[in-house]
Design a protein around this ligand. Sequence first.
Ligand SMILES: *Cc1c(COP(=O)(O)O)cnc(C)c1O
Length: 431
Amino acid sequence: MKLYNLKDSNEKVNFFQAIKLGLGQKQGLFFPLDLPKIEKEKLEELLKMDFITRSSNILSYFIGDEINQKELHNRVKKAFLFSPPRLVKITKNIACFELFHGPTLAFKDFGARFMAQMLSHLNQDGNNSLITILTATSGDTGAAVAHAFYGMKNVRVIILYPKGKISEFQEKLFCTLGGNIHTIAINGSFDECQTLVKKSFNDIVLKKSTGLNSANSINISRLLAQICYYFEAFSLIPKEKREKIVISVPCGNFGNLTAGLLAKSLGLSILSFIASTNANDTVPRFLATGQWKPYTTISTISNAMDISQPNNWPRVEELFHRKKWNLKKLGYGSVSDTETKHTLLELKKLGYISEPHAAIAYKLLKNKLKDDQFGLFLGTAHPAKFKKTIENILDITLPLPKKLAKINNLPLLSHNMLPNFSQLRKFLLDI
Ligand SMILES: *Cc1c(COP(=O)(O)O)cnc(C)c1O
């Protein structure tokens, strides 16, 4: 697969180069030069396959020229071998597609684990240089990346997160591991963490001497992995309901939405998408007014979406442009914390215990869905990750899943730091 840099189309790389680089020159994102398309007949065949087999087939449309099918299949199997996503019916024409049954209880397990497998594949081919994964997390990336790379040879992981702005369990899941996982609580916002990561990548000396790599959703490998579960969702929807599918995606950095749109561009027949955000509504305001005007990031109860400068948005625009799709057809909306709480109560009445991110997607889906359409909203994280919030809002006791009970009493091993690049630089060179 060839990719070009969205800020400098002269810079072209292949898939494995793009994984290692993360970002291109001028902090540009990589985007596929060719957008493969799956023929109708082949698509029918794919939909009948099991999740792992289908996923490795889909991925081979993009990267089949750089990794052989058997190896790709084995890698996908290692990455995705946990409880698969589930489709849970909520109303007659709405279902939640639960993507949170992996090791760290969020959809980010798919992307992070596939990326780890691809890097491990690269290293197995005699390329044994040290890799430093530097990533910023607004809540769930940290855990997914930490677990995906934990104990991996020649890899060390540094995770930055906004101190006090992620849930207790989100923090416990990645700040208690130790070993090759280093975590830093930054006294600032997620956007400031993201800026620190970008600055590090711009520092050529630092980048070379530490073998810097980002596992953020800017990494193309994560996006490709996420395409796969949209096909799984489609295969789980009864045939008679597949005509007009609308998918509402709770958006932060807009990686998940980009992956869904790439699934559509491959030929999966999804009628439309809704870009759902919380009060950090840069994209909904942009779609309404045509003006890109990020405000300061606001803390909300859907903290993994507290992002006002979404990294992946240029990819969404590029895809619409390349496919000649009309950006006006992209649904959008933002939901306040108050509305999110009401929606969680509404879902509880329907017999479904959800969490704030999915609730935002449900709320906008319900408002926009027409009678003849079938709607999916993505369940991006397990409700227990936000135990206290949910218990307060719904007045219930949430049982703790085993994966969380195990880590509940472990001490946090994080360092503290101001959002100061020279301090971070020193840390990266010293460890
Ligand atoms: C990361 C995350 C999101 C946002 O996903 P993006 O791909 O960054 O848009 C939404 N919900 C949860 C629970 C998340 O962890």
